[in-house]
Design a protein around this ligand. Sequence first.
Ligand SMILES: NC(=O)c1ccc[n+]([C@@H]2O[C@H](COP(=O)([O-])OP(=O)(O)OC[C@H]3O[C@@H](n4cnc5c(N)ncnc54)[C@H](OP(=O)(O)O)[C@@H]3O)[C@@H](O)[C@H]2O)c1
Length: 277
Amino acid sequence: MTWGSWGKNLTKGEMTGLIDYCVENGITTFDHADIYGGYDNEEAFGNAFFQSSTQRQDLQLISKCGIQYVCNARDNKVKHYDYSREYIVWSAERSLKKLKTDYLDLFLLHRPSPLMQPDEIAEAVLYLQKEGKIREFGVSNFSPSQIALLESAIPVSANQVEFSLTAEKLMFDGTFDDCIIHNRTAMAWSPLGSFFREANKRKKRIKKVLKQLKKKYKANSNQILLAWILKHPSKVHPVVGTTSKERLVASARATEIDLELEEWFSLLVASQGHKVP
Ligand SMILES: NC(=O)c1ccc[n+]([C@@H]2O[C@H](COP(=O)([O-])OP(=O)(O)OC[C@H]3O[C@@H](n4cnc5c(N)ncnc54)[C@H](OP(=O)(O)O)[C@@H]3O)[C@@H](O)[C@H]2O)c1
């Protein structure tokens, strides 16, 4: 999402370099959605990947479908979600073409729609799986009951949700319990939360706790913030958005930091601004 026109607007050469650099450093999964960059990013990535030295089997591609928003690339009059069989299949096939690949490792429904019909979605997903066009199927931003609704017709292997030290509510509403109980892959988008985006009292409190932890673990703020979400028992996979080579590689080192129990709660208290009940 951050590589194209919604973010750093990387050139083809820069994207190619970043793909190769990530894979050389063990970061092999790339998160896409049809809508990123105004329905443009997948093609930009596909062109960069085509020119890279990375082979398809050395990386995993995720993409998403369902959001129809108003922009130059589409004739939509109002932002809405479309989970008809035809649209899901069309969107997945379009993603494959743009990404210059013949399969997606994981295909997600981007946001829940009040009008989604489990049987119709299952038909589309089973067709795509039978054709070898998608491997795993999952969702994004779904509640446990919305997943249960879908699972009346088709298994759901992943849920990609907003989760970070400053967006921690899903730890308390059953979303991650559902992932653990059903062995569903949990993924966290915006894993750094608002820490680098805001200047307020919360950031000051978090910064104070981070100062000691950074010293103790010889780590930077990004690594401690990621280590905080990695400690959750759902074994959440952070979807890291940085475009900086240094920050990408440093981020991966967060997996080596195991925060102590009281350190983890000190950060939670700093974020929430009050002790736990
Ligand atoms: N499923 C969904 O609904 C959904 C929604 C939103 C996002 N996503 C996915 O999640 C991914 C990550 O989201 P995100 O980009 O919000 O995640 P993030 O990793 O929390 O934030 C990345 C942003 O923080 C900046 N940053 C990182 N470290 C910094 C530092 N030390 N100082 C200052 N700025 C720093 C990065 O800039 P630099 O590039 O300069 O480092 C980048 O702009 C997206 O790319 C997308 O694939 C999914």
